[in-house]
Design a protein around this ligand. Sequence first.
Ligand SMILES: [Zn+2]
Ligand SMILES: [Zn+2]
Length: 329
Amino acid sequence: MDARAALLEIASLLERERASRYRSKAFRTAAAAIDGLTQAQLRDPALGSRPGIGDTSLTVIRQAVDGRVPEYLADLRERYAPETSALRKLLRGDLHSHSDWSDGQTPIDAMAAAAVALGHEYLALTDHSPRLRVANGLSPERLRSQLPVVRGFGTGSFTLLTGIEVDILEDGALDQEPDLLAELDIVVASAHSLLRMDGPAMTRRLVAAASDPHTDVLGHVTGRLVGGDRGTRPPSEFEPRPVFDACAAHGVAVEINSRPERQDPPDELVALALEAGCLFSIDSDAHAPGQLSLIDYGAARAEQLGVPAERIVTTWTLDRLREWTARTR
Ligand SMILES: [Zn+2]
Ligand SMILES: [Zn+2]
């Protein structure tokens, strides 16, 4: 098999686990180091002395060049064999992802390439907003300079959508200039701070965010963490019904965040949102190319919880998605 493709697939599979960040990076570096080399050059005994190629990468390259599926890759494939639900096959894209412009691990082109490889018709790049300094949130100027870059990644059958994961401020206002939000294809609004504020205030905050004319998706609504290297965090306290009623009234999609450490919203809240008549968006919240495939978890949960495909905006065609996001622009 192609050695560079093997290295990139290994990196992608490792990225599904947050803890493997540095290991996955080593394989991406090795893939870049052999980019453009001929088969003869890949067979060169001195290959291992090139910068960026470690022992494990070298073994992978050798086995690939010999026409085998490298053992390291075969093991990972077995470990992460996706259980593809029927719903997963209906998903056409993803509305929540990050690049190294904020706290993602790779440049935009690697995210776009991975989305194309997954067969996505669209991916929204939604880097963080200014107040989230720990995540290198984008100032209005940086976001403006990102837009032409994002728009440059379209191919015939794939569109990279402009977007933002905008912080929901303490009073429910959104952390970016309204005119700039109006220009974006996708606005995901999420709370990242003051997650422990008292219930009534949190309810007002989320209702305000869901009622903002710029909001398309309400991101990881409870903020809970159920495991992983950041530990656990209980869900924020709020009254879910008014929040979901606001989403339904304004056509805002409730995000089903696919990250295994989030699984947000919890099952009972997905059921409430269904009852309230909400739309949903199954998103990866990927911070690395390999994490785009995490939507298989979100799809499996949504299917199990009986969310109809029709109510999931990421099963829609790009044209229909654009009509939806244009509803309040
Ligand atoms: Zn977030
Ligand atoms: Zn995010």
